[in-house]
Write a protein that binds this ligand. Structure first.
Ligand code: C2E
Ligand code: MG
Ligand code: MG
Ligand code: MG
Length: 287
């Protein structure tokens, strides 16, 4: 009976695996069409300067809106897009679209934009040219663009990925900034912060102290990351800021910028435009 049960489980496992594969294959087909059918959107989440709590930038975050269906969050399709290579055209679209949207905000208010880049995109020989082209077409100056990469992009099981480094070094030469996203969740050596071509560190939201009770361990970790980054002359951005207590702590510790639901969720382009305008107006009234 035990053997029988094992076999049944195996059959079930097989079926499940097959169903999963089929579903992934179907998603790839639908993603391929989604590009030509214009089903992607970019949402923007404000980046707040903590000294005066003004919006100084936005992070571009992709959404997928298949007609007549619920909006699909990136966690459900970015992985599949990376595996299938579709992230290359999708990522290029996000970059062009967000440079276009932010160019006007930048002219009026100095807003900068932070765009996520997948490891797969950095393996493309013409990645650097694609980025420069998106800037030229949109009129956004290179100083207003930040590329967000994860630790794994630059360092793969201990070896530095030369192709990625050379793209990023070239782009930094033009004035583009590079941020390490989700910092602290990878396994990189701290020395990489010194040696790699980066400008900013985004502290992963898992480091934010839990709301309510005091959290001395979390405070120690956040402080250590901020001090380390500052000592290396890297900018600091805290992710996933949800409470006023977290804001107060980050201000006390000298973190430069914050991003999170406390200030705003990622919002569609018109809402982002309104938030940026309001923030600029408020600053003017104070001045
Ligand atoms: P990420 O780059 O670390 O982006 C931050 C994520 O945290 C966003 O999720 C954002 O909505 C969420 N978030 C922001 N503030 C808070 C907060 O206060 N609390 C909580 N719980 N969450 C917060 P989202 O938009 O679902 O994106 C998830 C991930 O998908 C991103 O993580 C990024 O890795 C990836 N992604 C998004 N857009 C793109 C893209 O255009 N290209 C690539 N390659 N990846 C993207
Ligand atoms: Mg990011
Ligand atoms: Mg992040
Ligand atoms: Mg994160």
């Amino acid at each position: 009976a035990a053997k029988e049960a094992g076999r049944n489980q195996m059959v079930l496992f097989d079926e499940e695996l097959r169903a999963k594969r089929l579903q992934a294959a179907q998603t790839v087909e639908r993603l391929r069409d989604a590009i030509t059918r214009d089903e992607f959107l970019v949402f923007y989440q404000p980046l707040i300067r903590l000294t005066d709590e003004r919006i100084t930038g936005v992070e571009a975050l992709i959404r997928w809106q298949p007609p007549g269906e619920k909006m699909v969050p990136p966690d459900r399709f970015i992985g599949i897009s990376e595996d299938s290579g579709l992230i290359v055209p999708i990522g290029a679209w996000v970059l062009r679209e967000s440079c276009r949207a932010v160019a006007g905000w930048h002219r009026r208010h100095g807003t900068v934009v932070s765009v996520n880049v997948s490891p797969r995109q950095l393996r493309e020989p013409d990645f650097g040219m694609m980025v420069l082209d998106a800037l030229r077409t949109s009129g956004l100056p290179p100083q207003a663009l930040i590329l967000e990469i994860t630790e794994g992009v630059l360092v793969n099981s201990g070896t530095v990925t030369e192709q990625a480094i050379s793209h990023l070094s070239m782009l930094r030469g033009h004035g583009i900034k590079v941020a390490i996203d989700d910092f602290g969740t990878g396994y990189s050596s701290l020395a990489y912060l010194r040696d790699l071509p980066i400008d900013n560190v985004k502290i992963d939201r898992s480091f934010m102290p839990a709301p309510g009770a005091p959290d001395p361990a979390a405070r120690t970790l956040v402080k250590a990351i901020i001090d380390l980054a500052a000592g290396l002359r890297l900018g600091t951005i805290a992710e996933g800021v949800e409470t006023a207590e977290q804001v107060a702590l980050l201000q006390e510790l000298g973190c430069e910028r914050a991003q999170g639901f406390f200030y705003s969720r990622p919002v569609p382009e018109p809402d982002a435009a309104r938030l940026i305008l309001e923030s600029a107006d408020a600053a003017e009234q104070r001045a």
